[in-house]
Design a protein around this ligand. Structure first.
Ligand code: PAF
Length: 276
């Protein structure tokens, strides 16, 4: 069974009792699924002990987003983690943002555009909470899913720029049999929406094939956007082929590239990405 701690002081005391062991951290917002378990397993294979944080971070949600509805399944999460995690950190919002909290971290570089065009508040909220979590736990390594590819690059930039002594490890996306990327938000989908959602990964694969064959990246993106509308997506925020390391705009596949997309099925916003 994991040791559950709720304050930074308790977390540090619990970790001090494990040191000098190599510590792996998996920051999450709970509602754990097999994708999170793969992050934990990867951490276990690279570290002696794993600490998982479960915190639905209010500062990365805009007022019109799903903060209140976001699934909170702590009992099930603790069962899922069982003896996979030595420590589970479940702070309150007051613990993470005490009265008078007035610090925010803004990351430039890879946070420009894409998600930021549609969720301008998002990466400052993520960067601030991830910095707090990493400074609280001081792990040797921390795992983040490639599913949130832009987030992964923003966190790598944050850690590099602040010289935090932790290795950030990206873990490949886990998918359902039909290719839908695992996400806690998939729980919102009705049966009909779930069918539409599965088209996202197929359309991205088609766009990759088109981009490789024609070399015309803008045409491949435009065709994918049209295909998503036709498949029944309620809104397409973006489909973009970018430099895989910087997310800079590119016009040719001369360096490693990534296709990234965000689209809404009904009210549920899905994101996905793949290597091109
Ligand atoms: O990817 C997530 O679950 C969250 O954005 C994270 C990294 C735990 C920060 O709240």
């Amino acid at each position: 069974m994991s040791q559950v701690v709720t304050t930074v002081a308790e977390l540090r005391a619990a970790l001090a009792a494990l040191k000098p062991a190599r510590i792996g951290m998996v920051p999450t917002m709970g509602a754990l699924h097999d994708g999170h378990v793969s992050l934990v397993n990867e951490a276990r294979s690279r570290a002696t002990h794993v600490v998982v944080s479960i915190f639905v971070n209010p500062t990365q949600f805009a007022p019109n987003e799903d903060f209140d509805a976001y699934p909170r399944t702590l009992d099930a999460d603790l069962k899922t983690l069982d003896d996979r995690a030595a420590i589970v950190f479940t702070p309150t919002a007051r613990e993470m943002y005490p009265e008078g909290f007035a610090t925010g971290i803004t990351v430039g570089g890879p946070s420009t555009g894409l998600e930021t065009d549609f969720r301008p508040h998002f990466f400052a909220g993520v960067a601030t909470v991830v910095a707090k979590l990493l400074i609280a736990a001081m792990p040797d390594i921390a795992m983040f899913g490639e599913k949130d590819y832009q987030q992964l690059l923003v966190i790598k930039q944050l850690v590099r720029d602040l010289a935090l002594p932790v290795d950030i490890i990206g873990v490949p996306t886990l998918r359902e049999a039909d290719g839908l990327a695992l996400s806690s938000r998939n729980a919102y989908l009705s049966t009909e929406e779930r069918g539409i959602a599965a088209r996202l990964n197929v359309i991205l694969k088609e766009a990759i094939a088109a981009a490789r064959t024609s070399g015309d990246l803008r045409a491949a993106e435009a065709t994918a956007i049209e295909a998503l509308w036709k498949a029944g997506f309620a809104h397409v925020d973006y489909v973009a082929i970018r430099d895989a390391e910087t997310l800079d705009h590119i016009t040719a596949l001369e360096r490693p590239a990534r296709i990234l997309a965000a689209a809404k099925v009904g009210k549920t916003r899905l994101i996905d990405n793949m290597a091109v």
